[in-house]
Design a binder for this molecule. Structure first.
Ligand code: NAP
Length: 285
């Protein structure tokens, strides 16, 4: 890949250095939209057979990326791949269980060896399980940690080992409103998503020096399979609408802009940040 040239303005002079995947600045003109272009990039999105992951994959494809879809449900994965292909995307289905570190590493290493480099990883696969904390089953707690938290470490480590020698790469860890705020009956989920945000900071601290950017994207309440019970609950929807400054559920497509930003050259100096896309719910009580 041809390195872009970056010109840095410092009032008195224009210094110049080569930097891959960075932003072209010429004089005082910046091609702002070009910064978000993902043409020629490959993005792996875990748990992208449906819901937020699917919509993020579609959004990254619409910004020019080839997308590597992943899901544990192979039929759902195949259907999702067909759907995106019918819309014009270049799609590589890669079915594996994100909670199995050996399978994650084998899938990433295999793709890198046989197909092409992975430039972007979106750690999206996750789950919710509700129960009063005093009754919360220990095996569900352990499983939730493996799926929501451990998987981000497994995937992040597997791709970083390839990204570090290339001195470039993007990792977007899907967090949540529950990264910042608790709610009754979902304390383990809150713990897992808080940990994902701190893992994001740790990844940035260790890997930013290798040219990687690792950030979190924290959705508020969005209508997906995961939240279908809440969407159907009129009382919850009324509470949510009153509690959220924007006054409504989010549409999954409203996460795409933030994901493209965090996956592109536009965020080349953004690291360890958690970007909330939540209609303002975490900014008010
Ligand atoms: P979803 O509709 O349940 O989609 C998640 C996908 O991941 C499903 O297809 C699921 O398959 C798959 N998956 C589960 N376990 C997997 C594994 N071990 N390996 C690979 N894939 C696996 O969930 P979503 O609402 O899109 O949520 C996606 C992410 O956003 C999660 O991390 C969630 O915590 C986060 N989030 C969601 C919301 C929201 O409002 N929806 C808000 C904040 C954060 P199965 O269905 O077969 O398990």
């Amino acid at each position: 890949m041809t390195p872009l040239t970056i010109y840095v303005i410092d009032n008195s002079s224009i210094s110049k250095k080569n930097q891959q995947h960075n932003v072209r600045v010429e004089g005082l003109r910046v091609n702002a939209l070009k910064m978000f272009d993902l043409e020629g990039r490959r993005a792996l999105i875990t748990g992208s057979g449906q819901g937020i992951g699917f919509e993020l994959a579609r959004g990254l494809a619409s910004a020019g990326a080839d997308v590597i879809l992943n899901d544990i449900d192979t039929e759902r994965l195949a259907n999702a791949a067909d759907k995106l292909r019918s819309e014009g995307a270049t799609v590589h289905p890669l079915g594996f269980d994100v909670t199995d570190p050996e399978k994650v590493t084998a899938a990433v290493d295999g793709f890198e060896a046989e197909t092409s480099p992975i430039d972007i990883l979106v750690n999206n696969a996750g789950m919710q399980f509700r129960a009063p904390l005093e009754e919360f089953p220990i095996d569900r707690f352990d499983f939730m940690m493996r799926l929501n938290l451990n998987s981000a470490f497994y995937g992040g480590q597997a791709v970083a080992r390839h990204m570090i020698p290339r001195q470039q790469g993007k990792i977007v860890n899907i967090c949540s409103v529950q990264t910042a705020l608790a709610r009754p009956s979902i304390a383990p989920y809150t713990a897992s998503k808080g940990a994902v945000a701190n893992l994001t900071k740790g990844m940035a601290t260790d890997w930013a020096k290798y040219g990687l950017q690792i950030n979190g994207l924290a959705p508020g309440y969005f209508k997906t399979e995961l939240t279908s019970a809440l969407v159907a609950d009129e009382e919850f929807t009324a509470w949510l609408s009153a509690r959220t400054p924007a006054g409504r559920w989010g549409e999954v497509s409203e996460l795409v802009g933030a994901c493209v930003f965090l996956s592109s050259a536009a965020s080349s100096f953004v690291n360890g940040h958690v970007l909330y896309v939540d209609g303002g719910i975490t900014c008010s009580v």
